[in-house]
Design a binder for this molecule. Structure first.
Ligand code: ZN
Length: 412
């Protein structure tokens, strides 16, 4: 390590030290200058210089003054400056667009959710996003900084160019969302696949911050996964890693997936599939309860409604969830046997329907797991329906911690 440092010029060395200090402040919420020196291995004068710069030049850190001492010099405590520094995270989903503004410790300041209304087309979606960002910005103090906007979208997203290369949920190919948004808003934007962001959020802000191997499965309109292997978010050769919805779980299936193949997990176990099976049950007049819950209107049948009927003991709805859980366990078995994760988180709309699905998975999973992988913990994602927007916030926070952003001060 010391040899590497020796090769650096003074400027690079200072930047590297500053990143170390910033990460320590972020990790500890509050920390004394002497503890920073101890944990970083830097000298007290270096710490003073770096912390002063973070306070006075970057505006990222503030001094809490003198802490209590049990003897010796009283500690000088510092922390992230939350009052004037914000990040916006947006989850662009096929059903809802969710936006949130958080401070640097990811405390929620404000949240907005609007229906996506896919059918109205691309320009209507862009308009909704612009309005949402304006609204979120208006809830901060006039002098505050927005450091950046993270955006998660379902599909193949080029995180460098911001181009959505392919999104079957939206029916988009090679869409330049960044260009559209940047022509209206003077803010730094960062894009990635929504499920990969869920995994990033879990990695950076989740309840278990030391685990290095886990998977996040996103079950909503479609199915996808974000995979963390040995502490790294898996992207793959062309950025397409984690297309968990398109592994085959029934080679004899006559159900065709959006991708064109038959028997994909997404075609057989997504929220979309659960709703369409519920509609089939209604059409065949096989459930009085489902009929009652939707007032006989098939358009009101959603995966959530089928879950409600199943929880009330409706056999036809229970059968739908039972079959879906079986397919999901086949899929989870594949991931677990391949990657040996510590935890498999399930997020997305389907995970919000309570214990029903998790109880079924718990009952069935062992059939598909090798004994060595049987200990895998399958649980709901830490952040529920905010998982993608929290992940989007994490992308911006990472950029701040790497000192790649300078912060934008906008007064609308
Ligand atoms: Zn498919």
């Amino acid at each position: 390590m010391k040899k590497e440092y020796a090769k650096m010029d003074a400027g690079s060395l200072h930047l590297a030290n500053k990143k170390v200090v910033l990460k320590l402040i972020n990790h500890n919420t509050q920390i004394s200058r002497s503890a920073l020196a101890k944990e970083s291995g830097l000298t007290p004068p270096s710490i003073t210089r770096i912390v002063d710069e973070l306070i006075n030049v970057d505006g990222l850190v503030e001094s809490l003054g003198v802490g209590s001492s049990s003897g010796g010099r009283p500690p000088m405590i510092v922390k992230f400056k939350n009052d004037n520094n914000y990040i916006i995270g947006i989850d662009l989903g096929a059903t809802y667009i969710r936006g949130c503004m958080v401070d640097l410790n990811a405390n929620f300041i404000s949240e907005i959710q609007v229906p996506t209304e896919l059918k109205k087309g691309f320009s209507s979606i862009v308009e909704k996003m612009i309005k949402m960002i304006h609204k979120l910005q208006s809830r901060k103090e006039a002098t505050a900084k927005i450091w950046g906007v993270g955006i998660g979208v379902a599909g193949l997203v080029n995180s460098k160019t911001g181009i959505i290369e392919s999104s079957p949920d939206f029916g988009w190919t090679n869409i330049d969302l960044r260009k559209e948004l940047e022509s209206h808003l003077d803010l730094p934007f960062f894009y990635d696949n929504s499920t990969r962001l869920m995994a990033l959020g879990e990695m950076k802000m989740g309840e278990r911050d030391n685990q290095k191997n886990f998977a996040v499965i996103n079950i909503g309109y479609g199915i996808a996964s974000g995979l963390v292997v040995e502490g790294n978010l898996l992207k793959g050769f062309s950025g397409f890693a984690g297309e968990f919805g398109h592994i085959s779980v029934d080679t004899d299936s006559a159900v065709q997936c959006k991708c064109g193949m038959y028997g994909c997990l997404e075609a057989l176990a997504s929220g979309h599939r659960i709703a369409s099976l519920g509609q089939q049950v209604l059409a065949e007049n096989k459930s009085e309860m489902l009929k009652e819950l939707c007032n006989g209107n098939k358009d009101l049948i959603t995966a959530e409604l089928v879950a409600r009927a199943a929880k009330k003991g409706d056999p036809a709805s229970m059968k739908i969830y039972d079959d879906v859980a079986e397919y999901l366990c086949k899929g989870i078995g594949t991931i677990a046997n391949l990657l040996n994760p510590e935890t498999v988180y399930i997020g997305g709309g389907i995970s919000l329907n309570g214990d029903l699905l998790f109880d079924l998975i718990e009952k069935k999973k062992d059939k598909y797991l090798l004994p060595g992988n049987a200990r895998v913990d399958i649980r709901p994602s830490t952040f529920g329906d905010q998982a993608t927007s929290i992940g989007a916030v994490s992308v911006v926070l990472q950029k701040i911690l790497n000192l790649e952003l300078s912060g934008v001060n906008h007064n609308n």
